[in-house]
Design a protein around this ligand. Structure first.
Ligand code: ADP
Length: 523
């Protein structure tokens, strides 16, 4: 059983192993060599010494040659045969002075030095110092080498190109392996050549400017030719120091391509948007032109309707006047059939007069001559009741009216609107007492009016048609009319910026709704 000694080597302290079977020798040696930067570990025989070197990083061994068991030379032999311990310097100590064969033997085993007993303390100290110093330097070198090795590995494994370039000539002094995988050049081929000879034209001038900029950190992008003549893009990060460029160049070809593609797509998109906008603008212009044309033709038509209906009144008056005279003249002189013909003709002229009147009113609404003004709808409805009083009385109609607002419109036209709606509500009845309700509700932007009756109603599929000129749903023999009233109402409401519509079902009465945009003045 060996006693295994493990000495925790304190940072930067040299560990000296003293091997001697005489404790007094060990003690003396330790005493002579003691120093702050040294640690000692001791062994009484060769086996123990070997065991200690397995578990400790020994920097120097003072080895007694003459020991029981394996002697000093044998220990040295074993240590030199193991790569882990082969470099530990050994100083042999022997009592046999100047014995040539021992000295030779010692050097054969790779010992570093040799001392004779009794040991001279000064020589001992000097030899130990020199050997330790050498050993510590060697250790440092080994460590540094290992670090360098690691750094070299890191550099070579880098996916980016790392290297050194002469800051003045731009000659490449060294690059890592990534240059081959990225650009395809063997490393040796580039060494000593100028970076400029690989760059594309625009990148060369960028780099030239950077050389003279005198900055210590450089960031830039270049296009660079690969071995196969294709171009790749590199993003450079350079530290300028001692006339050298220490660079890291990253391959950004893919992201550059993606960027270019996005830019192209964007340009295409912008072009398309521009084209579409131009198209839309043209369409708008076209629409505006058409709207203007339509308005002009509407005005033209209204003017025509006005002039035609106005001018038609004159011959119509002549026809009906002479027909009346004829009827008076021939009274009792003609047969019943002839009398009927004259009566039908007179009825026809009356109907034509009604139509012409309605047409005149219709064409007047859109003339735009009358400006919008404040109209109190309560007053309008009161007047409607007054104007329709004989009919209301005749039909015994019941009319209920809620509070109504002041709106912006043309009073005469508002009057016309209510006259048409209320008279229709009384007209389109089936013998029952007409019940009419007029009300108004305030909405966010509009006044919503409602004229409701309990009359015959109509099929909802005609709800739009009834607002068109000359459109009637009921036979004129049953319900007289021209088919213009509601189209006039529509025009009046649309002039104020509102809308009109109807909700109905046959036999269930009708509701006429219309909106008028609100103005600043409220009731
Ligand atoms: P007119 O009453 O002179 O025929 P309008 O333009 O006022 O013309 O109405 C168009 C058509 O709408 C009418 O012929 C009628 O068929 C229908 N109508 C209008 N008001 C009502 C109502 N209150 N109830 C049922 N039908 C109606």
């Amino acid at each position: 059983m060996f006693l295994i000694t493990v000495v925790m080597s304190i940072a930067n302290k040299a560990l000296i192993l003293i091997v001697d079977d005489q404790p007094s020798n060990v003690y003396a040696l330790e005493h002579v060599l003691k120093a702050d930067d040294r640690e000692f570990v001791k062994a009484m025989n060769g086996e123990e010494a070997l065991e200690i070197t397995k578990t400790n990083e020994v920097d120097l061994i003072l080895l007694d040659v003459q020991m029981p068991g394996i002697n000093g030379f044998e220990v040295a032999q074993i240590l030199k045969s193991d790569t882990r311990t082969s470099n530990i310097p050994i100083i042999f100590a022997t009592a046999f002075s100047n014995e040539y064969k021992f000295v030779m033997k010692a050097y054969e085993e790779g010992a570093v030095d040799f001392l004779f007993k009794p040991l001279d303390p000064d020589i001992l100290k000097a030899k130990v110092s020199v050997l330790l110093k050498l050993q510590m330097q060697k250790k440092e070198l080994v460590e540094k080498n290992a670090e360098l090795h690691k750094a070299a590995l890191l550099i070579d494994n880098s996916a980016d190109i790392l290297g050194i370039i002469d800051a003045e000539t731009l000659n490449i002094e060294g690059v890592n392996k990534a240059i081959t995988s990225i650009l395809g050049y063997p490393r040796e081929e580039l060494r000593g050549t100028s970076l400029q000879s690989y760059l594309n034209i625009e990148s060369r001038s960028i780099v030239e400017e950077l050389i003279i900029s005198g900055q210590s950190e450089l960031f830039f992008e270049t296009g660079i030719y690969c071995k196969d003549k294709s171009v790749k893009w590199l993003q450079w990060k350079v530290t300028v120091k001692d006339g050298k460029w220490f660079f890291n160049a990253r391959d950004i070809t893919e992201s550059k391509k993606a960027e270019d593609e996005i830019r192209l797509l964007n340009e295409n998109l912008e072009r398309k948007v521009e084209l579409k906008t131009r198209e839309l603008r043209m369409m708008n212009l076209d629409l505006e032109k058409r709207a203007a044309e339509l308005q002009a033709s509407n005005i033209e038509l209204e003017r025509f309707a006005f002039v035609a209906s106005h001018d038609l009144q004159e011959p119509l008056r002549t026809v009906s006047g002479f027909l009346s005279l004829l009827s008076l003249e021939t009274e009792g002189k003609l047969n019943k059939e002839s009398d009927d013909y004259i009566r039908f003709a007179l009825d026809g002229t009356q109907r034509m007069r009604d139509l012409i009147q309605a047409l005149l009113e219709y064409s007047r609404v859109g003339s735009g001559e009358l400006p919008l003004e404040k109209v109190n709808v309560n007053t309008v409805v009161e007047n409607t009741v007054k104007l329709l009083a004989p009919l209301i009385q005749e039909k015994n109609a019941k009319l209920h009216c809620g509070p109504l607002p002041i709106v912006k419109g043309v009073e005469a036209q508002m009057q016309q609107l209510f006259l048409n709606l209320v008279s229709n509500a009384m007209k389109y009845q089936n013998g029952q007492t007409p019940q009419i309700e007029i009300s108004c509700k305030e909405e966010q932007d509009n006044w919503l009016f409602c004229v409701k009756d309990n009359g015959i109603g109509f099929d909802p599929k005609y709800a739009d048609r009834i607002f068109m000129i000359f459109q009637r749903l009921h036979d004129k023999s049953e319900y007289s009319g021209t088919g213009i009233g509601l189209s006039i109402c529509k025009k009046i409401i649309e002039r104020t910026g509102g809308k009109i519509w109807a909700v109905s079902e046959p036999g269930k009465g009708s509701i006429f709704y219309f909106t008028i945009p609100k103005t600043e003045q409220k009731t």
